[in-house]
Design a protein around this ligand. Structure first.
Ligand SMILES: *Cc1c(COP(=O)(O)O)cnc(C)c1O
Length: 354
């Protein structure tokens, strides 16, 4: 039975990407060798890495603009400290919009003074703080574009001369943005690009080299840039699958095309949440994420029947994060409008049944 995979991460990938990746595990491009048994220095794999890196820059519109794309390991969680290691000399600003920002702040505090320029902790991260001042003298300002757990998303980024660092783990490649407003973007692959095991880092070259501390090689962005993302053995399979997903996205028409679909999906579910008295949205309306829709049942007694109907229809992965409960429908790029339709039909059926 077809499953409708609303998992928050690792998450749904395009079927054709899964098919190609499976074939490459058996035999990479008729080479008689598996993708996962060839040298990462082989011509075949070096080409994969180069293609993944250049597709990332191309899709973000950052080609020829002084940026480098890297595929490293350690997840977005390693970037929490790597960012600070490489960029934090004295003081950095952080916008606290949820669990992931909080974790990024905790790591950065090991390296210097952290100024929380704004926080929505007072309302359990239901909203995105706005109108906050960005003090001068910051080495960088860190924001989380999409708050996977709470279902909020930054629609407008702060205008500042301070280099902007963004954790885009759960909405990279999902919507059009002027990506050149960022000094550094990072994203764990497993939300909107590929399987777990690699992290995309897009860094503006000229923001590096400004801290006085010595940086261990594996944590030094410049080392990875100089070695073309091959300083050590990269995660060959996750990089390959990410490359296939980026290719899929390009063939679809790029970010502009997927943004239209993502907006339709978000509109479909949020209008149901707003019109249906059985459900209630969690995030403030103006800050709602197009990727992760968070909601609860207005009557907890209905949980059994809602869960059973979801199971029956093949809807999986909609349980909310343990820190907020309720439900979360994650609608990443590869999730079809049809799948959202299946969930919304169940929601309206819940209302009809009363
Ligand atoms: C999932 C997630 C992370 C953590 O990613 P890992 O790759 O597991 O380290 C960080 N930030 C955001 C916004 C996320 O959604």
């Amino acid at each position: 039975m077809k499953k409708h995979n609303f998992s928050a991460g690792p998450c749904v990938l395009p079927q054709e990407v899964i098919a190609k990746a499976s074939a490459a595990v058996t035999d990479l491009d008729n080479s008689g060798l598996s993708l996962i048994e060839i040298s990462h220095r082989s011509h075949a794999f070096v080409e994969v890495m180069e293609k993944a890196r250049s597709l990332a820059l191309e899709l973000l519109g950052l080609e020829g603009k002084g940026y480098t794309a890297l595929f490293l390991q350690g997840g977005a969680s390693l970037e929490f400290l790597m960012v600070a290691y490489n960029l934090l000399e004295t003081k950095a600003g952080y916008l606290n919009t949820g669990t992931w920002s909080d974790k990024a702040i905790k790591e950065a505090k090991l390296f210097g003074e952290i100024v929380e320029v704004g926080s929505s902790k007072d309302k359990n991260f239901k909203y995105i703080p706005k109108g906050y001042a960005v003090p001068s003298g910051l080495d960088y300002l860190h924001v989380t574009s999409n708050n996977t757990i709470f279902g909020t998303q930054i629609k407008e980024f702060p205008k500042t001369d301070t280099p902007l660092v963004c954790d885009m783990s759960s909405d990279i490649f999902s919507r059009k943005l002027d990506f050149s407003q960022f000094g550094l973007i990072y994203a764990g692959a497993q939300k909107n690009m590929g399987p777990a095991g690699t992290t995309l880092i897009v860094v503006k070259n000229d923001i590096l080299g400004k801290v006085s501390r010595k940086i261990p090689s594996m944590l030094d962005y410049q080392v990875h840039i100089d070695k073309e993302s091959m300083f050590n053995t990269p995660a060959v399979f996750p990089v390959y699958v990410s490359m296939l997903t980026l290719e899929w996205l390009k063939n679809l028409g790029g970010i502009a095309a997927i943004e239209e679909i993502n907006e339709k999906k978000a509109q479909l579910i949020y209008s149901e949440i707003d019109l249906n008295p059985v459900f209630e949205g969690f995030a403030s309306k103006e800050d709602r994420s197009t990727m992760n829709a968070t909601f609860t049942l207005t009557d907890e007694k209905l949980k059994g029947s809602f869960d059973a109907m979801c199971k029956e229809a093949g809807v999986v992965g909609i349980n909310g994060h343990r820190s907020i409960g309720g439900y979360r429908a994650s609608m990443y790029n590869a999730l079809s409008l049809e799948s959202v339709g299946v969930l919304v039909d169940i929601m309206s059926e819940m209302e009809r049944k009363g």
